[in-house]
Design a protein around this ligand. Sequence first.
Ligand SMILES: [Zn+2]
Length: 280
Amino acid sequence: MNSPYNGRFKITQNYKGDAHRGIDLVGIDSKEIHATVTGTVEIARWENVNNPKQGFGQYVMIREDNGNRCFIYAHLSKILTSSGKHVRNGEVIGIEGDTGYSFGSHCHYEVRYGNVSGYSMNINEISGIPNDEGNIYDDGYRETSSKKTIDEIAKEIINDTNNQKWGTTDTNPTRQQRLESAGYNYQQVQDRVNELLGIKKTTNTIKKLYLPAYANSWRVYPLDKAPYIGNECGFLRPSKFGGLTYDIIRYINDYVVVIKTRDFGTVQIYVAPDTGAVIK
Ligand SMILES: [Zn+2]
């Protein structure tokens, strides 16, 4: 079964072809509405911003990748995505609500072929949700196969050595944007990443930072400022010394560490893998 919910939901109105072109569902464990398909958000807005009681109210429509089916989630109290965005099956896109032509909080879930109004497809066949008005079902689907735990995602980030999948604060999109668009809480995940890297540090012997001899200069930053260009308090000169080696005192995050230098005292240094820095 592939419903827009995590956990239990109740079917409040069956799919009835032209008499009701989708199925109405009410979340029990959670009011979060999840994408049920991977595709591009084509609509994420009010049906009629001047009349909040009209039609679908606030709704989202996703067009599937490599196909022509358009998945609609209507009557939302809140939209948590935007038009043009690419979303994955399982991502949170909104919160169930009572906007538009609706009498009580629910999600009208409908699939159209090519977004042709009236050309709605059989939602029971597509979703696996039975036409069983009044009854409660449990969609455990996402918990087990799509959404990872904070711990799993943190480990994935740590092992993602070139930050290709999850990015950094400097990539476009940033790690925060990537995590949020995949339905994760950035702060929770990042805290866990830092925690795991910290544990590594205290249980292993002290790690060393090697700055390669081919690097002419390397910025270092004071502890009380963000480690961004312009905030540096000095430059190390690895090439002058045939490379430089430091003990890592602690991790600020997975690519900024604290070291003690002869000339600038205790400082932060940016050591992402693409800089050429080596940590062992
Ligand atoms: Zn409906």
